[in-house]
Ligand binder design. Structure first.
Ligand SMILES: Cc1cc2nc3c(=O)[nH]c(=O)nc-3n(C[C@H](O)[C@H](O)[C@H](O)COP(=O)(O)OP(=O)(O)OC[C@H]3O[C@@H](n4cnc5c(N)ncnc54)[C@H](O)[C@@H]3O)c2cc1C
Length: 306
């Protein structure tokens, strides 16, 4: 699925298919800042927190990276005006390749400048920023940018992926006082040299990483829809005597929504990852690849309506 998605032919067929819009609507908040803010306000009515992602990645031109930065600035201002940002109720998630990391020249420096501006805007409205993690070729650079940002903004969050063999060690490095770490399984196609290929091995790694994070002094963000892992995280939090405000659960918009509200109703913090923007293709494909039933649903709709 992930390989097929790289074909330009497949991309344009999927983007143009009328049914795509309906499928996209389940996973994506809309295309504009206003729609992202509306979705966030709606989530707040059921006590769910939000982290908002402006879709786009691998920006190849400075203009594009600047535009992405500016959209985040507008988003943060709008969240502040709607009174949704205070105390981190709604924060933002940023892919560094969307704000300059992937530029051929001075990518890291430009990216750091852009994400620094986003952090300043977040601080102004009383919220936080989390750096999404992309494929393994960017892990070291992303963690380097995290270190640079945390000197001024200690609340900047990191994402670690349990499918990577290195991640347990990274968890140890990052399980420090105040350190916000989102643990997920990982969504990219990675080679066996760096990543576990077997789903059970990825899950076992997730549990080992969770143990490190829950035992440490940081703020674990448990990003998974896997009921077994959610249960293990709750047990570990209890075992370590963690108060409910010292960790949180995170799930994606449109995935297991009733479980999301159930977790929030039981007094846990539950944050929904809310993607928005026109560039939804790569994001949607990763969600499809995670679950064959989604692909079937999508293809069946194409045949019926197309
Ligand atoms: C808040 C958040 C942020 C993330 N950030 C990143 C990131 O920065 N970098 C990165 O590489 N990945 C990121 N991911 C994606 C993550 O790595 C996984 O690809 C994704 O969460 C699926 O893994 P899972 O833990 O839910 O387990 P899975 O084993 O994939 O799923 C467990 C169960 O959840 C349900 N489920 C899972 N996916 C779907 C779906 N698409 N549709 C319907 N049901 C589904 C099913 O019931 C499934 O059996 C993030 C995920 C979340 C929740």
């Amino acid at each position: 699925m992930l390989r097929l998605s790289e074909s330009d032919l497949v991309r344009s067929a999927v983007v143009r298919a009328p049914v795509s819009r309906a499928v996209v609507a389940r996973y994506v908040a809309g295309e504009t800042v206003a729609e992202a803010v509306d979705t966030t306000a709606e989530l707040r009515t059921t006590n769910r927190l939000a982290t908002i992602d402006y879709l786009g990645e691998d920006t190849a031109h400075l203009r594009g990276a600047e535009a992405t930065r500016d959209t985040y600035l507008a988003l943060l201002e709008a969240l502040g005006e709607a009174d949704l940002a205070a105390y981190g109720a709604a924060e933002v998630s940023v892919k560094l390749s969307a704000v300059g990391q992937a530029l051929p020249r001075d990518g890291d420096a430009i990216c750091l400048d852009h994400v620094r501006a986003i952090c300043e805007a977040a601080a102004r409205v009383g919220t936080t920023v989390t750096l999404d993690m992309e494929d393994h070729t960017t892990t070291d650079r992303t963690l380097e940018t995290l270190r640079a940002l945390r000197a001024d903004f200690p609340w900047v969050g990191a994402v670690l992926q349990s499918y990577l063999r290195r991640t347990e060690a990274d968890c140890r490095d990052l399980a420090t006082e105040g350190s916000r770490v989102r643990l997920c399984k990982g969504a990219y196609k990675e080679p066996a040299s760096v990543a576990f290929q077997d789903r059970d091995d990825v899950d076992l790694s997730y549990v080992r990483c969770l143990k490190v994070l829950m035992a440490g002094d940081g703020y674990p963000m448990v990003a998974s829809h896997d009921p077994r892992l959610v249960e293990i995280a709750q047990a570990l939090a209890g075992h370590h005597g963690r108060a409910p405000d010292t960790y949180e659960f995170q799930m994606l918009l449109g995935i297991r929504p009733s479980e999301q509200t159930r977790i929030a109703d039981r007094g846990h913090q539950l944050r929904v990852y809310v993607p928005f923007g026109e560039d939804w293709y790569g994001y949607l494909v990763r969600r499809m690849a995670e679950r064959p039933a989604n692909v079937e649903f999508f293809l069946r709709s194409l045949v019926t309506k197309g």
